[in-house]
Design a protein around this ligand. Structure first.
Ligand code: FEO
Length: 395
């Protein structure tokens, strides 16, 4: 069922309430998601993006029922990733000659995925299409935000920016608009989305935000491809992106560890105690990696000024859970953050050295030699862990 957004613009996407994992199993989506597709019905009828492939037939059937597919004059594919282009094959089987407007790189990504030679019309930044009633669509390439093929489309007079992935969140809702949903959910899902998907592209994003500002386009609504449509103060999410893309950090230290027989766990809790004793204002979070969601933890590290990573020594190295998590941090290319390491050991005790090397390689400033403890921590070792925490607070 289409939902009204503004004047002759409608949402025709799909709410995916039960989605729990995205990008295969790489990204947790505790609150589901939406695949937002938009219909503009001016003198020209335009479809912007589609939905993920499992919902293709449902999408095409609904759209046909709403307007009749032959009414569509052309399709805009802002991005070739399958969660937005997945229904194109089913749609284009029904309207094979209709133009598909997209970037040059999207022709490659769409052909590469679907092996179809649709009626592609390549556009670049600044290109415009007249859709009647005094309105135009203006294209804005968003290269590497987050694929080479990404772009946004701007609708004049209604002042709507169809931003595709940028400014989105994985949040299933029937409410559609940002002012109608729980604001904590909205903020938490927005920052998680930024931290886990967009952080590697922060330098590109900063440049693009500057370009968009220079264009001086009035933006009344940001219609993203996931989650809510920003109609109430859309500048708020642009401001957040500006903050998040500038080596973001809060006054927070996050301790992430895994443990075999709870020795390293005991150290984690005492280190947290020491940080709290030394700095009354800092937020300290202690997270057992094996009992937490990695994407939620990556978000906590994104918010932190320091990440303290713990693992016992096993086979002259560290637990693979910790190694995998540091690999995730490296992929995310966080900048301007410090790191420290800790862990228990029985005999050889390499874990702290290994963590330090991996964290340095992941782009963190290793600001301490770390803290090692042989066998289970006794009273003195726990006191030493508190002192180590105090030092971390002062780093
Ligand atoms: Fe890059 Fe939502 O797809």
């Amino acid at each position: 069922m289409k939902k009204h957004i503004k004047n002759n613009v409608y949402w025709v996407g799909k709410v995916d309430w039960e989605l729990q994992k995205f990008h295969g199993y790489e990204y947790s989506t505790h609150k589901g998601s939406t695949y937002n597709s938009y219909l503009i019905q001016e003198e020209k009828t335009v479809l912007i993006d589609t939905v993920w492939a499992p919902f293709a037939e449902e999408f095409v059937k609904n759209l046909d029922g709403e307007i009749g597919l032959n009414k569509i004059d052309f399709v805009i594919a802002n991005h070739g990733e399958v969660d937005h282009s997945g229904a194109l094959p089913a749609l284009m089987r029904r309207i094979p000659d209709k133009p598909v407007y997209c970037t040059e790189n999207a022709v490659k990504s769409l052909k590469g995925q679907y092996h179809q030679d649709w009626n592609f019309k390549v556009v670049k930044t600044g290109d415009k299409i007249d859709i009647g009633n005094g309105k135009e669509l203006i294209f804005l390439e968003m290269k590497m935000l987050h694929w080479p093929d990404s772009m946004a489309t701007y609708l004049t007079r209604d002042n709507i920016l169809f931003s595709n992935d940028a400014f989105g969140q994985h949040l299933a809702t029937e409410k559609l608009f940002n002012d109608l949903v729980d604001q904590c959910d909205l903020f938490n899902e927005s920052i998680k989305y930024y931290a886990n998907i967009l952080t590697p592209f922060s330098p590109v994003l900063r440049k693009k935000l500057g370009e968009v500002t220079e264009l001086n386009l009035p933006i009344d609504i940001i219609a993203t491809s996931h989650g809510v449509v920003w109609r109430e103060n859309p500048a708020q999410i642009i401001e957040k992106y500006s903050q998040w893309s500038n080596d973001y950090q809060e006054n927070q230290v996050t301790i992430v560890y895994d443990t075999m027989w709870n020795g390293t766990k005991s150290l984690a809790e005492k280190i947290a105690e020491g940080i709290g004793l030394a700095d009354k204002d800092v937020v300290v979070k202690v997270c057992n990696l094996s009992k937490s969601d990695e994407n939620d933890l990556a978000t906590e590290v994104f918010k932190s000024k320091t990440a303290v990573i713990g693992s016992p020594t096993i086979s002259n190295s560290i637990l693979h859970s910790v190694a995998g998590f540091i690999h995730l941090l490296k992929e995310l290319k966080f900048k301007g953050k410090k790191a420290a390491a800790f862990g228990c050991f029985g005999w050889s005790g390499e874990s702290v050295k290994v963590i330090n090397e991996l964290m340095a390689n992941a782009g963190f400033e290793v600001a301490s030699e770390g803290f090692r403890n042989q066998w289970n921590p006794d009273k003195d070792a726990l006191k030493a862990a508190i002192e180590f925490g105090r030092k971390i607070a002062g780093m």
